[in-house]
Design a protein. Structure first.
Length: 316
């Protein structure tokens, strides 16, 4: 499973599934995917918490973090993790899907964080410009800006990084989760269909992703060297780190549900591109009564690497 499909950032966005009824469509109904997105976030909670801790370490104990923006927050899983990791900060969930923002508020309330979590309906990149984050519009300044799998849903990726960097207070940090490695969840030979199913799905997702990028308004081709891109945005001390989510077989219910949802979206979105043999294999994997289905088979696992690139705005 491609890393393109792992997280939500509205993003406009793409964890590559679609609520569209048109096969191979690049349009995505993120609100229809709310349960899947929250399930995904819950599954990745260990790495999200590691990430928040690492960001706090990089900022250092003397850095006062008063305001954080979670750009492309989805249902607010990382928003709440950041609120827990930075107890003196207000954290603003920013997304283009109102229903997902409602979920972010509900999650914060369940966790006792509702007094420090706010929401802002906004689309990238237009709503980034200007304003003070209050009555003046815009998103305002922040000491930390986090964005996961959102930037790649904007036509001009460098432009949106420039805008995010410009919203940092002096000494503030921008951290984006982009790139990484394709997820793995099954052996190469699963006993049904032609071996190598995941490699073929990866290839189709890369094709889908490139088409999605080309169809974005203002699509601009760029070498996706993320550290260099953050440096071009004017940030210093740019570096990256990667955390591994390793859930060995046999999987628990939450992880199995996540993998099943990912496969179901791939089956729906890419049905016309799939070879007949691979469609048949996916149908077996998605059959909740089949012993070889993903909800029953003992060899299913989740192995996922998430890479975060971060840089700091030079203190004036």
């Amino acid at each position: 499973m491609s890393t393109h499909t792992q997280s939500h950032g509205h993003q406009h966005r793409h964890d590559h599934g679609s609520g569209s009824t048109d096969s191979d469509s690049t349009d995505i109904d993120w609100e229809a995917m709310a349960d899947t997105l929250e399930n995904n976030g819950d599954l990745h909670l260990p790495t999200l918490r590691q990430t928040a801790t690492r960001l706090a370490e990089l900022l250092g104990p003397d850095k006062q973090v008063r305001r954080i923006l979670d750009i492309g927050s989805g249902p607010g899983v990382m928003t709440c993790v950041l609120a827990e990791a930075f107890p003196d900060a207000q954290v603003v969930a920013v997304d283009g899907a109102p229903a997902l923002l409602d979920r972010a508020l509900a999650r914060a309330e369940r966790l006792g964080l509702d007094g420090r979590v706010a929401i802002r309906h906004a689309e990238l990149p237009g709503d980034l410009e200007g304003g003070d984050g209050q009555a003046g519009g815009g998103l305002g300044e922040a000491d930390l800006i986090w964005s996961s799998k959102a930037v790649h849903h904007v036509g001009d990726q460098q432009g949106v990084l420039d805008a995010l960097a410009g919203a940092l207070r002096p000494g503030g940090m921008l951290a984006v989760a982009e790139g990484g490695l394709p997820m793995r969840f099954l052996p190469r030979d699963i006993g049904i269909g032609t071996p190598g199913l995941q490699a073929r799905l990866d290839a189709m997702q890369e094709f889908w992703f490139e088409r999605m990028r080309c169809e974005l308004p203002g699509s601009t081709s760029t070498v996706e060297d993320w550290p260099a891109m953050l440096g071009q945005a004017g940030l210093t001390d740019v570096g990256s780190f990667t955390y591994l989510l390793d859930l060995p077989a046999p999987l628990g219910e939450t992880a199995r549900t996540f993998v099943c949802n990912q496969l179901a979206r791939l089956r729906d979105v890419m049905s016309e591109s799939l070879e007949a043999d691979d469609r048949k294999t996916l149908d077996v994997l998605l059959d909740d009564t089949a012993p070889n289905g993903i909800l029953r088979r003992p060899d299913a696992f989740v192995l996922s690497a998430t890479t975060v690139i971060a840089g700091v705005r030079r203190a004036s």
